[in-house]
Design a protein around this ligand. Structure first.
Ligand SMILES: [Zn+2]
Length: 541
């Protein structure tokens, strides 16, 4: 018996089986019911979100002996052939394998012949963005005058790389990342059907770690069930090679105790144990994030990724650290992560990030530090036990902190993330990318991205408000932020702050800080007593 992975075994066979893409399914079902299907579709979205599976269900729906029907029978020759991958009329082209040159040539020669069994010849072109320009051109000629029996589905993770002339001939569907609850339910369902015993917490952890991909979630479930007969949070964590809880705890303690020697020693330990530095930094970020959650939402272990046995230790450490410290270290580490991703020497990048936490304060310049230079310059006398590390973290975390405080151009997104998004937009529209460089402020709150231009740039705002622009931006930001977002763009008059002449005119920021109310933080309250009100106003404003 050949081995079939869980993901392939649990591929959706009907539209009802497809998880989390309700808008796509509804539109396709309607089109099939009313006989208004088209000849070319573009399925765009991250990997593991069901693009190819949906294409196969569409092929079944079109070619089912009882069809075309939105509910293919699953039993006729055509349905079975598609299920087994043997149907002559459904041709899958993997553009990633040899960039599709031979396949597209072959396609052009054969597409005119009538289908052998079904009503339609369905061409599913996977990773379509990998096609060479020649293959694209060949495909374009076919798409311009498709024979009535041909249906093309172009599946891609990078729709912006598909040339506009092809895009304009396709009906486009955007597949979103699957939510954690969708995935957790799917994992639990598959586990039950496969007689795999899994704790609900472990199913949620698998779902969270799968990053929106059903393929990854089921892959993880499969590995975890091979690892231990009963899948628990602990077994999933061991499988993931997540850094030992102990080393993360010691790192956090050494950082809070202002002991750089120990911090670097711990990095050395991680290197010696063969840890991947990117993974280690991500685990550190998760650890500090878990502490913040444990502090903010006491008694809710399910909101963290840690095993139950470790939760009390996590809570204890979180209690010993201030909320401000946690937020600032998180900001610095997240900045470091962006640098690590670009670095050829991840260990060095991690060490530089950590060293940044200990760097002495620089003399602030007006241009670079419009928000509140003084509090960072001076040191709060014994305000917190971890004051030195906090002070150091304050320096390193400056950009992130400034964003959270609502005073900068960016909020809910780092400047590095914004730059990454721009880099993704540029190949699709260099003009849009150029316009976006003049942005006044970018605020991400939940799934909404607000892009504000100074009124002088009203034309920019208008261009950015166009549906195509918004789609490109939402896609790029979605990829960078790892979740679905939508965006709106306005040109708004920027209020000059009387008490803060150093503020850049573009730093409009009246909408308040997302998620965290800094004014209520005890650290800020303490700071208000220490520093003069003029400076404080710029923090809490
Ligand atoms: Zn059928």
């Amino acid at each position: 018996m050949t081995y079939v992975s869980l993901y392939r075994r649990w591929r959706p066979q009907t539209f009802d089986d497809i998880i989390g893409q309700a808008h796509v399914v509804r539109t396709l079902r309607n089109a099939i019911s009313t006989g208004r299907t088209t000849h070319a579709y573009l399925f765009a979205g991250p990997r593991g979100t069901g693009k190819t599976s949906t294409a196969r269900v569409l092929a079944k729906a079109l070619n089912c002996a009882n069809g075309p029907t939105p509910d293919p029978c699953g039993e006729c020759v055509s349905c079975l052939g598609i299920r087994e991958g043997t149907a002559m009329d459904v041709i899958e082209v993997d553009a990633a394998s040899n960039r599709g040159i031979d396949e597209i040539r072959d396609l052009r020669e054969k597409v005119m012949y009538a289908p052998t069994q079904g009503r339609y010849k369905v061409y599913i072109i996977d990773e379509a963005h990998m096609l060479t320009p020649q293959a694209f051109n060949a495909l374009l000629k076919t798409l311009e005058e498709p024979p009535p029996h041909a249906v093309f589905v172009l599946a891609t993770t990078q729709a912006e790389s598909i040339i506009p002339t092809i895009q304009s001939r396709c009906q486009r569907f955007d597949f979103g990342r699957l939510t954690v609850s969708d995935l957790a339910a799917h994992v639990a369902r598959v586990a039950q059907a496969q007689s795999i015993s899994i704790d609900p917490d472990a199913a949620r952890l698998v779902a969270r770690r799968a990053d929106g991909s059903a393929r990854d979630a089921l892959g993880l479930l499969e590995q975890a069930s091979a690892w231990s007969p009963h899948v628990t949070v602990e077994s999933v964590l061991s499988l993931l090679g997540v850094s030992d809880f102990d080393i993360l705890t010691r790192f956090a303690a050494a950082l809070a105790d202002d002991q750089p020697g120990q911090v670097f020693q711990i990095i050395q330990e991680a290197v010696d144990s063969g840890a991947d530095m990117r993974q280690f930094l991500q685990d550190l970020i998760l650890h500090f994030r878990n502490m913040l959650v444990a502090k903010e939402c006491p008694g809710r272990p399910e909101l963290t990724d840690v095993p139950e046995a470790a939760y009390s230790a996590l809570t204890r450490q979180a209690a010993s650290l201030s909320r401000d410290h946690l937020i600032r270290v998180l900001g610095a580490l997240s900045e470091g992560e962006a640098q690590l991703r670009r670095s050829f020497n991840p260990r060095l990048a991690l060490e530089v990030t950590v060293a940044g936490l200990y760097a002495p304060p620089e003399q602030p310049t007006q241009e670079l530090q419009p928000a509140a230079p003084a509090p960072q310059q001076r040191q709060a006398p014994a305000a917190q036990p971890a004051r030195a590390a906090t002070r150091a973290a304050t320096r390193a975390a400056k950009p992130a902190a400034a964003e959270s405080e609502g005073g900068g151009r960016f909020s809910g997104i780092t400047e590095a993330q914004w730059q990454q998004a721009l880099a993704r937009i540029k190949p699709a529209s260099a003009l849009l990318e150029a316009f976006l460089k003049d942005v006044g402020s970018v605020r991400v709150e939940g799934d909404l991205v607000r892009i504000v231009f100074d009124p002088a740039w009203a034309v920019h705002a208008q261009k950015v408000s166009e549906p195509d622009s918004k789609r490109l931006i939402a896609q790029a930001l979605g990829e960078v932020l790892g979740r679905n977002v939508r965006c709106e763009s306005t040109a708004a008059r920027v209020e000059a702050r009387k008490e803060s002449p150093a503020l850049q005119p573009s730093a409009a920021g009246k909408s308040g800080s997302p998620g965290v109310d800094f004014a209520d933080m005890p650290e800020v309250q303490a700071a208000i007593e220490l520093f003069n009100p003029r400076e404080i106003k710029t923090i809490t404003d």
